[in-house]
Design a protein around this ligand. Structure first.
Ligand SMILES: Cc1ncc(COP(=O)(O)O)c(C=O)c1O
Length: 450
């Protein structure tokens, strides 16, 4: 059992025997425990929740889109019917045009077959389907360290071996990726490598993006090691459109000229609405059938009306306008968080943080000896006394990785308003100061006892 956390759900001892291996590997997920913590600490200011900014959710755009879509009873009824597994072709064309805009492709990506596009229930479903399509227990996935913790759980459920690859302020390091591949090859396990997973823009949790210079290098390394079988690169673009500074960078997918290596995962949850939960995958030809077959088993098509709502917002231009205003709002909140962090933490020795150009998170590192996990004095102090919650950084590393840092925190500026962010960071600083002082006092009393 993962010793980082234990769910307080009662399970009859005999019940374990009837569960599949996958269900048992899915027990003790980080996300489940985190949500339980959020419920138990409802009086806290949450800097933990990865929820999006409530104020800027597109109520008017969705209301108008639904009114328009259902204004004619006959065509409205069709949208309230089941759709098709990959999403209607007409809509996939709209989503392809939107992707072409993000990639700055003048030809609307007309050479990308619509059959390679699949509309999903958020990008999470795509991550899960791709994993099911590729992994048998013992197969290997290389991930940036740290990385999106819910995907770590998906991989663990599949029985995958997760290999962490060092990342820095420019994202996953190509030299570390090459070294990891070399080591796997020399241990005779290259045939077990199925996937490299990269969140290319404003990673969750670290906020870093893979730099333009590194993107082709990472792709080349993956292709170079695809010897007897193809190794895929899953590029998760969840936060791509939430950019507040600097120039957009072409996706790794756009560099894959043969379109046979990179799987692109895109979502409208962060840029539009997670309640609508529309995601999209662009698949290499060789994965189209497997992923749609698996999706057929799961739901034979995501919410049809929701896909139309997003497509309508894209077609009218309301979507682009909305993303612009959402980015302004997030920029203000990011700036408020960074300013307060600077004010509260700059004087504390050994505390560092990354200033993200986009996304929803500030990643903070405390001195090595200050643990941040659910069982740590800091987490206890923060949630019980100072009333603030964060995501412990260790969740974002494979649980069985002995070297994983234990002293980091993910701080979200997604859901709180500016006042909540400012207050939350001040409370967190108070908890950190308390732990630092307690450590100092302990050291003093130890040395006077000696
Ligand atoms: C990096 C990353 N990928 C994927 C997702 C899944 O989001 P959704 O299923 O809503 O598209 C999230 C959600 O937080 C995320 O942070």
């Amino acid at each position: 059992m993962d010793s980082r956390f234990q769910q307080t759900v009662q399970v009859h001892s005999g019940d374990q025997n009837v569960l599949s291996d996958q269900a048992q590997r899915s027990a003790n997920q980080a996300i489940g425990f985190l949500m339980q913590q959020a419920v138990e600490n409802a009086d806290c200011i949450s800097l933990a929740a990865g929820l999006v900014d409530e104020e800027s959710l597109p109520v008017r755009i969705v209301r108008e889109a639904v009114a328009e879509l259902l204004s004619d009873a006959d065509s409205g009824r069709k949208l309230l019917q089941y759709g098709i597994t990959s999403g209607p072709e007409r809509l996939r064309r709209v989503f392809r045009t939107n992707l072409a805009r993000l990639e700055h492709c003048a030809d609307e990506l007309r050479d990308l077959p619509l059959s390679h596009l699949v509309l999903t229930t958020g990008s999470q479903q795509l991550l899960s389907l791709v994993t099911q399509a590729l992994f048998n227990p013992g197969d290997i996935c290389l991930v940036a360290a740290p990385t999106y913790f819910v995907y770590i759980d998906v991989l663990q459920a599949a029985g995958a071996e997760i290999v962490p690859v060092t990342a820095d302020a420019d994202g996953m390091r190509p030299d570390s990726l090459a070294a990891a591949f070399q080591q796997i090859e020399s241990s005779g396990k290259l045939h077990r490598v199925k996937l490299v997973y990269v969140v290319s823009d404003f990673d969750n949790p670290s906020g870093v993006s893979v730099s333009a210079a590194r993107r082709p290098k990472i792709l080349r390394i993956v292709q170079q090691y695809s010897l007897d079988h193809r190794i895929f690169l899953l590029e998760d673009c969840a936060y791509r459109e939430l950019r507040y500074d600097g120039e957009a960078i072409p996706s790794i997918w756009s560099l894959d000229r043969t379109r046979e290596t990179v799987i692109l995962a895109q979502t409208f949850s962060k840029s539009f609405s997670p309640g609508i939960r529309v995601g999209m995958g662009v698949l290499p030809q060789s994965l189209v059938k497997a992923v749609t077959d698996l999706k057929g088993n799961e739901d034979f098509g995501s919410a049809h009306l929701n896909q139309h709502i997003v497509a309508s917002a894209i077609s009218t231009g309301a979507y682009v306008e909305h993303v612009r205003s959402v980015c302004e709002s997030y920029r203000r909140k990011r700036d408020a968080m960074l300013a307060t962090v600077e004010h509260e933490f700059a004087g504390l020795p050994g505390v560092t943080w990354f200033k993200p150009q986009g996304g929803m998170y500030v990643w903070m590192r405390l001195p090595d000896h200050i643990e941040t996990g659910f069982a740590s004095p800091l987490f206890h102090r923060a949630t019980h006394v100072d009333k603030v919650m964060y995501v412990p950084g260790e969740l974002s590393y494979p649980a069985n990785w002995p070297d994983r840092p234990r002293c980091e925190m993910r701080l979200s500026f997604g859901v709180q308003n500016v006042a909540g962010i400012t207050e939350g960071i001040s409370r967190l600083a108070s908890a950190v100061r308390w732990v630092l002082e307690a450590r100092t006092q302990q050291a003093v009393s130890q040395s006077s006892a000696e």
